[in-house]
Design a protein around this ligand. Structure first.
Ligand code: URA
Length: 238
């Protein structure tokens, strides 16, 4: 149960003062009944309208963003723009957070969720959730590089688990990893003498970046995608 005013603040309708005013003015309905008491207890599955328009009251949300280059993957930063700048206000107020990180210059599929447990499990190396990147590198990749990725690369402070490298062109390849250490993919290519010039994530576990989702745009996950994600996290029986 949650107070109506708190629920409206949490889903991003406005500040506490603003939503209390809306409620007292009779602008809010809960299950089609006008409610004027801000402390009214709600079960969080009721249908809500505000000023005649229905609003989405769900507290659990998952979305994919096609991240452009130039933004930090962080909930906030005092100096630089973050991916949160591209997302609606409810994302901040619901605590919808990026699952892992893409570097500032990396583009592509970034998952965000309000479910901390889901996020934690998807990032756990033990779960082996594959991430697929398209990499453009300096120089020409060879079958020796494919073999080195498959064997597991020694990066000095750790040995990267075996990864699949699929060559598309001399300087372009798909790479599939299930770990997610800081700058991991860039460090792997660096270790074989081919620094990365462009990196783009195309898949995260069962999710693929939707073709029609332009850079900088986001959308909520479908029911099927959400189920596949929970299954990949070992949380299939929700
Ligand atoms: N590996 C990297 O090096 N950078 C990313 O952004 C993601 C994976």
């Amino acid at each position: 149960m949650m107070r109506l005013d708190r629920w409206l603040v949490t889903i991003g309708i406005g500040s506490r003062t603003q939503v209390q005013k809306l409620i007292r003015q009779g602008q809010v309905t809960v299950n089609a009944v006008r409610v004027t008491d801000p402390s009214h207890a709600c079960g969080l599955s009721e249908a809500l309208t505000v000023s005649g328009r229905s609003v989405d009251g769900r507290l659990t949300r998952h979305l994919m963003l096609n991240k452009p280059a130039g933004l930090l993957t962080a909930a906030r930063d005092s100096r630089q723009p973050t991916v949160m700048n591209l997302l609606p206000p409810w994302c901040q107020s619901l605590g919808c957070m990026p699952v892992g990180r893409l570097d500032k210059d990396t583009t592509g599929l970034l998952l965000l969720t309000t479910d901390g447990e889901l996020s934690h499990r998807l990032l756990s190396p033990a779960r082996h959730v594959d991430k697929v990147y398209l990499a453009v590198v300096e120089g020409s990749l060879t079958q020796a590089d494919v073999a080195a990725f498959a064997a597991g690369l020694d990066l000095g402070d750790f040995i990267a688990a075996p990864a699949l490298l699929e060559l598309l062109a001399p300087s372009t390849a798909w790479v599939t990893v299930h770990e997610g250490k800081f700058h991991q993919v860039k460090r792997m290519f660096e270790a074989v003498g081919h620094p990365v010039t462009q990196l783009h994530r195309e898949r995260f576990g069962p999710l693929s970046l939707e073709d029609e989702l332009e850079e900088g745009r986001w959308r909520e996950l479908s029911e099927e995608e959400t189920e596949a994600l929970y299954a990949a996290a070992g949380m299939g029986e929700r």
